[in-house]
Design a binder for this molecule. Sequence first.
Ligand code: BDR
Ligand code: CA
Length: 308
Amino acid sequence: MNALDKRKIIIDTDPGIDDAVAIAIALFDETLDVKLITTVAGNVDVEKTTNNALKLVEFFGKDVPVAKGVKKPLVLELEDASEIHGKSGLDGYEFKEPSRKPLEDKAILAMKKVIMESDSPITLMPIGPLTNIALLLSVYPEVKGNIQEIVLMGGSTTRGNKTPMGEFNMATDPEAADIVFRSGLSIVMCGLDLGENALLYKEDSERIRRLNKTGDMIYSLFKHYRGGSLHKGLKMYDSFAIAYIVEPEMFKTQDCYVAVETSSPLTKGCTVVDLNNYWGKKSNVKVCLGVDEDRFKEWLINAIAKCI
Ligand code: BDR
Ligand code: CA
């Protein structure tokens, strides 16, 4: 495919084991041009997520710039998910310490430059808390004119995984999520609803291990990932966002009005999805309600097969 015809994306991420899988797929998809990776505090602190992003880019031998995001959520203090992804955020594989450095520009300035200088609209793929994206849209609202859509991993139509009603990315920075969902931009939400029904089982992980160097690396991470287990099935949450960008037909979606709870101590960070349009409001989010499980799994394995 001609470089000019490729879809241009920015990945905003907190690697993160499932983030690493999504990044691998994005970097080797022949229809995509990953312009920038920005890092956010989430699964672990931003120093670690930045170092992890640099390690991944170096591992894959790709020349994609990495820019560091802010240290903490807009209002709350960071409560990380190192119990799920390990202390480093990518426990289980011995990466080389990266020789490359993050850009001098911090994440939101780097994003703004890429978006404003691009001759075609950019797709944002946030797969961590929405802190950087909220700041970008607030500080540089002019970028909205050149954003094609935001395809994010986060939220849920039912329950949470950080709190009873809060999915991790949303509940980590509810105020940021609220800003993004009210931005007026075209948003696709790939939430927890998808994960339970598209588990990777031991035989799938074994297949991935045998594919190539990336498969072997991913398998090593899987053994330490607590997003499910190798035996009961692993949840590849962040890969849904990249899967939607590349093959949206795999998903069952519904346009809905979605709001983020920011004040209740019980349900802070909950994505309230008006599936039945009780409020009669115009939809602001395309919500992914389901995915063709077999197709997703084959797609994922084939996508990893394209990596080194
Ligand atoms: C999300 O939380 C993180 O731990 C994962 O990387 C994913 O982005 C799932 O709730
Ligand atoms: Ca993530």
